[in-house]
Write a protein that binds this ligand. Structure first.
Ligand SMILES: [Cu+2]
Length: 257
């Protein structure tokens, strides 16, 4: 369907499917422009062919371009508009999803990225796919899903793990040799809460005497005389070493016990 731009209009659309669809506009940069999910609910008096979820969450996967180029080579992948905390530009904006332990959530996934097949998964959880492109499917439970550009996928996420934070992440699936693609990963933080009632108590220490700040880092050590062996090349004639609170550690070569 195409509609006039810069004019008000109204239209009536009849959806004959049920599930998740999406819309997008086009500009001279294809469909890397405004878009959103369309959710078609079961008719009144009917329900899903799976246990009704506690909450439904649209999860829109996109590719972000700052200056054009090859459609496979975006500058970032995003989830719900945010490149997220693995990119330098948006750690504070990372989408956070709060879930309650033991409850089930329906993720309505849309791959709105340009030309990029995406892997999607939630750390330490499985996803049960129950619908694709506005049709219910036989339930399929897997550790991750692969979603094509333009496709939608409805997947149940059961918040099964201990209360903590878990990454939800997406990255490109690309198998072509020498084919450039956006090889980055974008994330959502799933904050899994316990119900914390009498049936599900959580006992955590609340009396804290010492606050500790631990800094984990990768450092670059200068090589003496500027001669770096080829086996451990860091930038500018350095070698890389991991550190905690700026102190590095080398495993002793002899057993001291
Ligand atoms: Cu289109």
């Amino acid at each position: 369907m195409s509609y006039p731009t810069r004019k008000e209009f109204s239209t009536k659309v009849t959806f004959s499917v049920e599930g998740t669809l999406w819309w997008h506009a086009h500009n001279n940069w294809g469909r890397a422009t405004v878009h959103g999910a369309i959710i078609v609910y079961p008719k009144f008096g009917t329900t899903y062919p799976f246990p009704p979820p506690h909450v439904e969450v649209p999860i829109i996967l996109e590719s972000l371009f700052t200056q054009g180029g090859d459609p496979n080579v975006s500058d970032a992948l995003t989830i719900n508009g945010q490149p997220s905390d693995l990119y330098p530009c948006s750690p504070l904006g990372t989408f956070k999803l709060r879930v309650d332990q033991g409850k089930t959530y329906l993720l309505r996934l849309v791959n709105a990225a340009m030309n990029t097949i995406l892997f999607f998964s939630v750390a330490k959880h499985k996803l049960t796919v129950v619908g694709i492109d506005g049709s219910y499917t036989k339930a399929l439970t897997k550790e991750f899903v692969t979603i094509s550009p333009g496709q939608t996928m409805d997947a149940l996420l059961e918040a099964k793990q201990k209360p903590s934070q878990y990454y939800m992440a997406t990255r490109a699936y690309s198998t072509g040799f020498n084919v450039l693609f956006d090889n980055t990963t974008t994330t959502v933080i799933v904050h899994l809460r316990s119900l914390a009632n009498e049936e599900h108590p959580i006992d955590i220490p609340l009396d804290i005497q010492t606050q500790m700040i631990l800094t984990l880092s990768v450092n670059a050590f200068p090589y003496p005389h500027g001669n770096a062996p080829s086996s451990c090349q860091g930038p500018n004639v350095t070698r890389l070493a991991a550190s905690m609170n700026n102190i590095s550690f080398i495993t002793p070569s002899i057993d001291i016990l």
